[in-house]
Design a protein around this ligand. Structure first.
Ligand code: GDD
Ligand code: MN
Length: 381
């Protein structure tokens, strides 16, 4: 018989938690009369998990999938979701941090149609964290959460405890499971209209070790950048182009001053040379950052193309300043505003030409393959 609810639990060296979790789930769900299955997706822990899984499967609706050629939390979750048979799917940690007794409420919210995605949340009224958390850990978690807030409408988008209808699973090719936050990924890429939250107390693990490391936090920042690029493509490019441009201005300034004081260049020569250095800097960073998802055009074509459009942008910047201050009396008395207008026009020109001419988009299908195709960086560390 197909169960109503499939519970996917990624595991790595969790042998000491498997039994307690399975029993806790059974107690709660049997009492509520919810037909369920548990799918453990283990990355070849080699700690007896596999054997224990087989043993538990004799009297509980538990399956243990052991992956040998792939590692990583996010892909493990996707693997488990692929194997799920229930109408509803739920993902949770193995270490008893996520309270099993909140599951019926999460299920009820999905079944009543009140929500199409439900998270176990630490950051809504009634939610709480383990008392042992230090202020540093709080702050770390809060900052990570704030960074993700514009992407979703939930308060705890970092949660690894979530449920939705299996039929609503986003297409696999849309997903790029880098890092830890597969819940956030699904929430952003899925067409969920009405995500909801259930308050939970997040208990710290008692047994086994956490696998969250600094490296995962860096992955998280990369993941966020991708999600912003996905959800707000124009804005993400605009902001990154602006940040690169601002850093380019610093390079410009340093070269201008450095060439004069260290290399004895005249101020006009220094001005002219610094421009090329700064424009090259901008090109390089826009290539790896702002337009990282665009076609990798050959450098010896793209670099001069960018320099050329930057030069035109520069001419527009200075030219408009000249025209405004010469022919418009208002700007003659407000020269700093003319300078601002010039900078904006030059920046706008550079941005538009960079997007349309220098960094060419992929054709849609190739682009999606590139963006969301399987990612080799998702390795357990
Ligand atoms: N299969 C597999 N492969 N499972 C993994 C891997 C892996 O490479 N790495 C971690 N896991 C499993 C762990 O065994 C555990 O069941 C779950 O993923 C979460 O790992 P923890 O190491 O306990 O994570 P955490 O407590 O630091 O992070 C939790 O809190 C976050 C919110 O603060 C997780 O619930 C996150 O999902 C959550 O976002
Ligand atoms: Mn944990």
């Amino acid at each position: 018989m197909t169960p109503k609810l499939s519970i996917v639990v990624p595991t790595f060296r969790e042998v000491r938690n498997l039994e307690s979790l399975s029993l806790a789930l059974d107690t709660v769900l049997r009492k509520q009369g919810i037909e369920y299955e548990v799918i453990f997706v283990d990355d070849d822990s080699n700690d007896g998990s596999k054997e224990l899984g087989a043993q538990l499967a004799q009297h509980l609706p538990v399956r243990m999938i052991v992956r040998r050629n792939e590692k990583g939390l996010a892909t493990a979750v996707l693997h488990g979701l692929d194997a799920a048979r229930g109408e509803l799917v739920l993902v949770m940690d193995a270490d008893l941090s996520h309270p099993a007794d909140r599951i019926p409420e999460m299920v009820a919210k999905l079944e009543s149609g009140a929500h199409d995605f439900v998270l176990g949340s630490r950051y809504i009224a009634g939610g709480s964290l383990d008392a042992s958390w230090t202020w540093f850990r709080h702050l770390n978690s809060k900052i990570a959460t704030w960074l993700a807030l514009p992407l979703t409408r939930v308060r705890d988008p970092m949660s690894g405890f979530f449920a939705f209808r299996r039929a609503a699973m986003p297409e696999r090719r849309l997903l790029s499971p880098i890092g830890y936050k597969i819940g956030l990924e699904l929430l952003v890429k899925g067409e969920f209209k009405n995500p909801g939250e259930v308050a939970i107390h997040f208990a710290d693990r008692v047994r086994g070790e956490s696998k969250l490391s600094w490296k995962e936090q860096v992955h998280y920042l990369r993941h966020l950048r991708r999600l912003y690029q996905y959800r707000f493509p124009f804005l993400a490019e605009f902001v990154q182009f602006g940040v690169v441009g601002a850093s380019g201005f610093m390079v410009d300034l340093l070269l201008y001053l450095g060439l004069q004081s260290l290399a004895g260049a005249s101020h006009v020569t220094a001005r002219a040379l610094a421009f090329w250095g700064a424009a090259s800097w901008n090109w390089a960073w826009n290539r790896v950052l702002t337009f990282s998802l665009r076609r990798k055009t050959r450098k010896r074509i793209q670099w001069p193309a960018f320099l050329l459009t930057s030069l035109l942008g520069f001419a527009i910047n200075v030219g408009s300043y000249y025209v405004l201050t010469t022919y418009v009396p208002f700007f003659d008395t407000h020269k700093i505003l003319a300078l601002g207008v010039g900078v904006l026009l030059g920046f706008g020109f550079n941005f538009v030409t960079a997007r349309l001419l220098v960094f060419i988009p992929y054709q849609t299908e190739i682009m999606e393959e590139q963006r969301y195709g399987h990612n080799k960086n998702d390795r357990h560390i």
